[in-house]
Design a protein around this ligand. Structure first.
Ligand SMILES: Cc1cc2nc3c(=O)[nH]c(=O)nc-3n(C[C@H](O)[C@H](O)[C@H](O)COP(=O)(O)O)c2cc1C
Length: 227
């Protein structure tokens, strides 16, 4: 295995390094990685225009696990939006199932899995809402179709079918014709403030690497775990 798969003292730095490597599918640092990354950026754009639904090198897709009101696990995919306000951020509808669960119990886990190189990162912690300014800023960067869809219905509410969805989106389109669509009060971000971060890296000989970092009194300590 390459020598550059080092263990960083700070798990956030290590996460960022792995995250950048997951975008290129390659280990490594410096100019080489930058060039590979730029090359893949171009390749991604070309492939995305040919196969719009292609999810090649989407390191931001992750799984968010929460706890339901009756103490059951609850999980779904989300898009990671970078480090913000002390944690790992994502955006959603505060009135969705996950939103309601997180208001009742802020404990959550985000799990990333990347195929190339084979790696998993698990982040345990508690969420806090991102600022309203952050929500508005991100809302404005979304496409209009995306805004219409998010403003038309409450996420996770029961609907009669696609016709209802189309009717409600048409209503929003007409309501805001020629005007910006305001960010709904219930739409915004969370930051998962980490308390524990675990890294897993697959090895060909099945002796995979696992390392768990725990935050105690503001300091990270780490232990190695059997795979
Ligand atoms: C790849 C992928 C990315 C997604 N990203 C998000 C996201 O960033 N935010 C979100 O609210 N829902 C996202 N969703 C939809 C959620 O998985 C889920 O269906 C929705 O949020 C409702 O979940 P809930 O009922 O548990 O609240 C994504 C789905 C997929 C398949």
């Amino acid at each position: 295995m390459p020598d550059d798969s080092f263990t960083a003292a700070d798990p956030i730095k290590k996460f960022l390094m792995w995250y950048s490597e997951a975008q290129t599918g390659r280990r490594g640092k410096g100019l080489k990685n930058y060039l590979v990354s730029s090359g893949f950026g171009l390749l991604r754009r070309v492939l995305s225009s040919i196969f719009p639904e292609s999810n090649l090198f989407r390191p931001d897709v992750s799984t968010l696990a929460t706890i339901s009101h009756d103490n059951k696990p609850s999980a779904r995919s989300i898009l990671f939006h970078g480090l913000a306000e002390g944690g790992f951020s994502f955006y959603t509808d505060y009135e969705s199932e996950k939103g309601i669960e997180l208001e009742l119990n802020p404990s959550a886990v985000i799990v990333f899995y990347w195929r190339l190189p084979p790696r998993q990162v698990r982040i345990d912690g508690k969420v806090q809402r991102l600022s309203r300014e952050a929500a508005k800023f991100y809302w404005e960067s979304r496409t209009r179709a995306n805004q219409v869809a998010a403003a038309a219905v409450r996420q996770s509410s029961t609907i009669s079918g696609r016709e209802e969805l189309i009717k409600k989106t048409r209503y929003i389109e007409q309501l805001y014709r020629g005007k910006p669509i305001p960010c709904p009060d219930s739409w915004g971000g969370y930051s998962l403030v980490p308390e524990k971060i675990e890294f897993w890296e697959g090895r060909r000989d099945w002796l995979h690497d696992r390392e768990r970092y725990i935050l105690n009194d503001g300091r990270w300590t780490n232990v190695k775990l059997a795979p």
